[in-house]
Structures are given as structure tokens and as C-alpha cells.
Design a protein around this ligand. Structure first.
Ligand code: ZN
Length: 549
């Protein structure tokens, strides 16, 4: 059969097992028909074949985002989003503009500021009142550990100087105890619980917005790392209608407030949630929190401001026995177990639980994975390979910005700090690596992730120094983690993640070959086109693939 589409004149990085390169790809009925040199692929040319000369562009398998919050973040992008906003003045200008553009909304709900934007990390209600005086406003920060609220919101929630801090939360106050306008952790919910919840239609629209954004970035597969019943319903609706624009692996949220009785429900939800491009085959556990508020579970005690050990080791969401039992039950049902692990103790205990599950149930081709792996003890690094556990990491976090150099490293032991984000060490120990952005905690832009993975510094950041340069990845390894590695974490490597005959034609075309460029220049390389199953879902205006396939 002649091909529908031939892409030629490019450097095609196939990311096959041999990491081979080619010059051309032929696509037929949504799949790769051939990949190789120009002559070989030209043999599939027929009278109706569209032939596109890419003039030295780079063709890669479509990127995979192995850990993100696709639906929620897409929904947030349809509200008052501060994504890409640069500091308090622009934040306020954007919030004011959103209020004016949406007179029909009773609340201004948004997200995307960061603690480093404000003195002391705490924005004020007074500042927000200047642009939203008449309606309640609540904006969560980028990592969802704090919320900025205005006076109307404080009034509605009844928060005054007399309101005690809720368990697990803090109301930032002035010297008289009056609320200032920043609510930390659980205190956020005093206001967030009053704000309008997204409707089913809002969720569906949120997923559509996220998919369109991912297409522009060259992403063709993803894992939503926390899917509850409502989000699953929205994904299912799109998947059933054939309108889910990329492949989604759903990690079903384990309800920490309940026990093993939920396993049967998860099995049923997997059955219903495996339709079209959706497959809900993983279960998500949170084993610890984050370092910045000392909830990450560490092997060594946290240090105080003077560098002296405290008695604090962070928190555990589960006892060791519970985590072992739940992991064993999920493994026995054939789920991939996906565990949020920031601290080195969380990593160790999670590996212990997965090891016990494998011992009890026997070894199978499971896709168990630890998300984030900010710290890992050297003794635990070989265990990723030994147990077949995937390190599902966000390379953009491995940089010496303020939240690492000022909010993290001074408060953990030197030993822990010397093994931060040990990506190259895991690879050297034979472990499998997958890249996930954790969007909207971080940008999902693969160019930005790749640049930081190879440089261990953020090309847009302020730090000149790399973070632990021995943990730099070579570009080929980083690309593999963002394509075939992510596909593997999503149980999709048999159908996508590399450019090989028979696989789905999920591809991205970048303006130039990243190999040979300085990492800082990756960000300037345009995403010319994205193909999902051979269909052009994004094309830069004026580029060779613009104008339909
Ligand atoms: Zn996450």
C-alpha cells in the first residue's frame, strides 16, 4: 500500500533500542509504514501520497508526560491563570482584566503565583482588593500549598482575628492577629470549599483546553497522576466519543481516608475507564508531602535555621504495614502502583512495599513507579532496576533556584542534599527513567524539561551554577525518558514512544535538531508540527505541515 504521508529531509531520531537515526518516515492509516533513508521511504510513494520536505528539521516520537494533572490544570487554565506572568504587578493586572472580562462569574478563582513573587512569600488581601473589590477572589499558588484571598473571601468564610488556625494549616496574620490574605495548606480550604466547584461540562472543557495546549508543545501521551470519579467521567465522555486528542493513562486516586475495601471499586473503575485513548490502569498513592513545609519523609532529621538536627523526620501518610498491604492488593489485581515520594525515607519505604508485593504475588511486567524521587539514599538506587520500578521524575526541578538553595538544602542533612534528584545515578544503576512535568506545578514544555535535564540549570532561572553536575543526563537519554520512557510508564511502549514500523504515527517535528545546540537555545526551537496517529493536530502557521494532512 502506498503511504498517505511521507516526511523527508529531516533528522529522524527514532528512539528505537539502537537509538538509530533516519532521514524519512512514511505513514499509512495512522501508523508508521517505514522509516529509513530517503530512497527506501520514497518507495512507498503513490499518486495520492502527500510528500512534505522538512528541510533539516528534527523528527521525534511525540513526547510523553508521564506525570501531570492534565484535566485539573487544563481547567485552571480556563479560569484566572497567572501562568507565565512575571511578578506582582502583572499578576494584579491580569486578575483585574479577568474580572472585567467575566462579569457573569460570581467568584474570581485562579492559580499560578509563587511564594518568591512576594515579600515573605505572603501576598495580601489589600493588594487583591484593589483589583477585585466586589466579589470573592481566591488564587492558589503554583504548588497548591497556599492560597491568596481578598477581603470579600475572608468575610464569606468568616475568617477574623478570632479564627483559630485549622489542623494542618496556617492563616497568615498581622501583629494584631488579623488575617492578611494568605492561607497556607489546610487553611486554604476555609475559602476554597466555598468557591464554585467545576461542573462536568467545565471538566470536559478543561481537558479539551489541556489537550490543545499539549498538542502545541508536541506531547502525544500523558499520565494524569490523580484521577477521581468526577474527572474519570469527563475523560470517559471524551474517550467514548473519540474526542480525546491524546492518549491518557489514568492513575486512580487511592482514598487515604479509606482502606482495602476500595480495591474492588478501583477494579470496576479501571474496566469502565479503559475506552478509546483512555486507560485507567494505575493507582496513585501519596506517601509523603514536600520539603518546603517539612512534610517529606526523610531518613535523617530536618535541620533548624542554625543547621542543628531537629527531631522531625517528616510525615507518613500510611504505616509501613498499610502501604505494604495496599500495594500488594493493587499489584495482585494487575494495577501499576504509582507512589508520590519526595523524601529518601518515602522512597525506601515505597520500594520496600513494592518488593514485598512482588515477593507475595510473583514478578510480572508491572509498571510500578515512584514519582518525583527528590532524595534517594545511595543504597536504594540499585533497587529501581532490581525491582523493575520506574523513576518518574520532573527534570525541571533539578536546578539551584531559591526553593532549592534557600528553602530546601539548608534544612536537610548534607548526605541527603548530596543526592538530590539522582537521575544519572539511577540510569547508571540500570533503572528506568520517565519524565513527567507535574503540570501545573511546572511548565509541561518538553524543551524546557530537556534543557534543564542536560544542564542541571534552568535556562530561564537566575542561578548560574548547575545543581550536582554529576547528575546531568546526555541529551539522548533525556529524550528517551521523555518519549519511550514515558510511554513505558503509561504501558504504551508497544504502540507509541518510538518511531518504528507498525507503531502509531505519534510524532513531533521541531524546527532544528537539538543535538548540537546549547541547552539554553532549546527554548527558541519552534514546535513546527505534532501528529497523533498520523493526523496533524498542530502545525505552526506557514510551516511545511500547515494546511491539513
Ligand atoms: Zn503530581
Amino acid at each position: 500500500m502506498p503511504a498517505d504521508l511521507i516526511l523527508r529531509g529531516a533528522t529522524v531520531h527514532t528512539v528505537d533500542a539502537a537509538r538509530s537515526t533516519a532521514q524519512a518516515v512514511a505513514i499509512e492509516a495512522g501508523r508508521i509504514a517505514a522509516v529509513g533513508d530517503m530512497d527506501a521511504v520514497d518507495g512507498l510513494r503513490g499518486p495520492a501520497t502527500r510528500v512534505v520536505d522538512l528541510e533539516g528539521a528534527m523528527v521525534l516520537p511525540g513526547f510523553g508526560d508521564a506525570h501531570c494533572h492534565l484535566g485539573e490544570s487544563g481547567h485552571a487554565s480556563t479560569l484566572c491563570s497567572l501562568d507565565g506572568s512575571d511578578g506582582p504587578d502583572e499578576h494584579l493586572r491580569r486578575i483585574g482584566a479577568y474580572r472585567e472580562a467575566h462579569p457573569e462569574r460570581d467568584w474570581v478563582v485562579g492559580s499560578g503565583w509563587s511564594m518568591s513573587d512576594f515579600p515573605g512569600g505572603t501576598p495580601t488581601a489589600a493588594a487583591l482588593d484593589a483589583v477585585v473589590p466586589d466579589r470573592p477572589a481566591v488564587l492558589t499558588n503554583r504548588d497548591y500549598h497556599g492560597a491568596w484571598v481578598n477581603t470579600r473571601a475572608l468575610e464569606l468564610a468568616g475568617i477574623t482575628a478570632a479564627t483559630p488556625d485549622p489542623a494542618g494549616g496556617r492563616i497568615e496574620r498581622d501583629e494584631h492577629g488579623a488575617p492578611l490574605g494568605t492561607l497556607q495548606e489546610q487553611a486554604m480550604h476555609l475559602v476554597l470549599d466555598l468557591a464554585p466547584a467545576p461542573t462536568h461540562a467545565d471538566r470536559v472543557a478543561g481537558i479539551r483546553a489541556a489537550v490543545a495546549y499539549y498538542h502545541r508543545l508536541g506531547i502525544t501521551a500523558s499520565q494524569d497522576a490523580k484521577v477521581d470519579v468526577e474527572w474519570q467521567a469527563a475523560y470517559e465522555e471524551l474517550a467514548r466519543a473519540g474526542e480525546l486528542g491524546l492518549r491518557v493513562r489514568g492513575a486512580l486516586e487511592w482514598d487515604v481516608g479509606r482502606g482495602e475495601e476500595q480495591v474492588a471499586e478501583l477494579v470496576e473503575r479501571r474496566r469502565a475507564g479503559t475506552v478509546g485513548r483512555l486507560a485507567c490502569g494505575n493507582v496513585k498513592f501519596f506517601h509523603d508531602g514536600v520539603v518546603e513545609n517539612r512534610t517529606a519523609a526523610m531518613l535523617d532529621p530536618y535541620l533548624d535555621a542554625g543547621g542543628r538536627p531537629t527531631g522531625e523526620y517528616g510525615i507518613d501518610m500510611y504505616s509501613r504495614a498499610d502501604l505494604e498491604r495496599f500495594a500488594r492488593l493493587c499489584d495482585a489485581e494487575g494495577f501499576g502502583v504509582h507512589i508520590h515520594t519526595i523524601g529518601d525515607r518515602a522512597v525506601r519505604e515505597s520500594l520496600d512495599a513494592l518488593e514485598a508485593a512482588i515477593r507475595a504475588n510473583g514478578r510480572r511486567d508491572a509498571r510500578h513507579q515512584l514519582a518525583h524521587v527528590q532524595f534517594a539514599h545511595p543504597d536504594d538506587l540499585p533497587r529501581f532496576r532490581a525491582l523493575g520500578v520506574i523513576a518518574n521524575v520532573t527534570p525541571l526541578w533539578a536546578r539551584l533556584e531559591a526553593y532549592v538553595s534557600e528553602m530546601t538544602l539548608p534544612f536537610v542533612s548534607e548526605r541527603a542534599g548530596s543526592g538530590m534528584y539522582p537521575f544519572a545515578s539511577i540510569v547508571r544503576a540500570g533503572g528506568a527513567l520517565a519524565f513527567g512535568s507535574d503540570w501545573s506545578v511546572s511548565t509541561p514544555d518538553p524543551r524546557h524539561q530537556l534543557a534543564t535535564a542536560v544542564a542541571r540549570r534552568d535556562p530561564l532561572g537566575s542561578a548560574e551554577e548547575p545543581l550536582l553536575p554529576a547528575e546531568r543526563l546526555d541529551l539522548g537519554t533525556a529524550i528517551a525518558a521523555h518519549t519511550i520512557g514515558a510511554a513505558h510508564a503509561c504501558s504504551l511502549e508497544a504502540v507509541t514512544g518510538s518511531i518504528e514500523p507498525g507503531k502509531l504515527a505519534d510524532l513531533v517535528v521541531l524546527e532544528r535538531d537539538l543535538f548540537g545546540l546549547a541547552p539554553a537555545d532549546f527554548l527558541d526551537v519552534r514546535v513546527l508540527a505534532t501528529l497523533v496517529e498520523g493526523e496533524v493536530v498542530h502545525a505552526e502557521p506557514g510551516s511545511a505541515l500547515a494546511g491539513g494532512a
